[in-house]
Design a protein around this ligand. Structure first.
Ligand code: IPD
Ligand code: CA
Ligand code: CA
Length: 259
């Protein structure tokens, strides 16, 4: 798909900017919602937006820092210029630019570029998933007792009402790690972990990840098995959860977290 190659070029532009500012004296400000943003987040999104507008003037763009431009009934590029901004600002290399193309509410193309980890993940519907140009696939583990489970934040799971359910999962899995943000989901896609769960995310935190997990043979959904609620895509309000699994464990996780 041409759009996947184009998304790869957008990721190259993003990597140049994010790596230029990484570990430098960054200007950090606080947004209305209390989260932080850096000049690298803004410059990356502006650069990606300009390139999309030039290449696909009829497409819509939804980005974390500058909102929606166009109409989501058109093909819509969904951009998180830096996922893991807190890591980025602290000099922790677990950050990525997330680029997705959604058509009729389905993510068709996803690129996750984590330049400080030297990891690039990509997928397009029915074209498989790759990491650094090599095909990736989820694991075959079929029991919670054999699973590595990732979480972004225990605190956030408790805050959104999933504390008891998470405690059950962590007490019964083989191994638990807090490989948060995009990375936990990509570890599931490449078979290094079996599940990653995170509540209350925005569409730009989710879109690029879900197509990569699915194309790697896994499943990505809300905790109840539902896709991201399209009606919330542009509201900026209440959000969706994301549960990535290797597929074999999805029903068990839905029974625990979605019930
Ligand atoms: C954050 C990450 C994190 C999630 C937060 C998001 P950002 O994104 O996706 O995993 O727990 O809700 O805000 O701000 O680093 O792009
Ligand atoms: Ca994010
Ligand atoms: Ca971000």
């Amino acid at each position: 798909m041409d759009e996947l190659a184009f998304a790869g070029r957008l990721a190259d532009m993003a990597d140049e900017i994010t790596m230029r500012y990484f570990n430098s004296q960054l200007k950090i400000s606080t947004k209305k919602d209390g989260s932080i943003v850096t000049q690298a987040d803004r410059e990356t999104e502006e650069t990606i937006r300009a390139a999309i507008q030039k290449q696909y003037p009829n497409h819509a763009i939804l980005g974390e820092e500058s909102g929606l431009q166009g109409d989501t009934s058109s093909p819509t590029w969904v951009i998180d210029p830096i996922d893991g901004t807190n890591n980025y600002a602290a000099g922790i290399p677990v950050f990525a630019t997330l680029i997705a193309l959604r058509i009729d509410g389905i993510t068709e193309v996803g690129v996750v570029s984590a330049p400080a980890l030297q990891e690039r993940y990509e997928a397009a519907t029915d074209a498989g998933a790759r990491m650094n140009d090599h095909p990736i696939h989820v694991s075959e583990v079929s029991a919670l007792a054999g699973a590595t489970v990732c979480i972004g934040s225990y605190h956030r799971m408790v805050r959104y009402g999933f504390g008891e359910q998470l405690a059950y999962i962590l007490a019964n899995c083989r191994r638990d790690r807090g490989f948060g943000d995009f990375w936990g989901h990509m570890l599931v896609a490449r078979g290094a972990a079996e599940a990653m769960v995170e509540p209350n995310l925005k569409i730009w935190d989710i879109a690029a990840l879900e197509v990569i997990v699915k194309e790697a043979g896994g499943r990505a959904s809300g905790f109840g098995g539902d896709p991201y609620p399209e009606s919330r895509m542009t509201s900026g309000g209440a959000d969706g959860s994301l549960m990535s699994t290797n597929g074999k464990l999805h029903q068990e996780f839905m029974d625990i977290l979605g019930g």
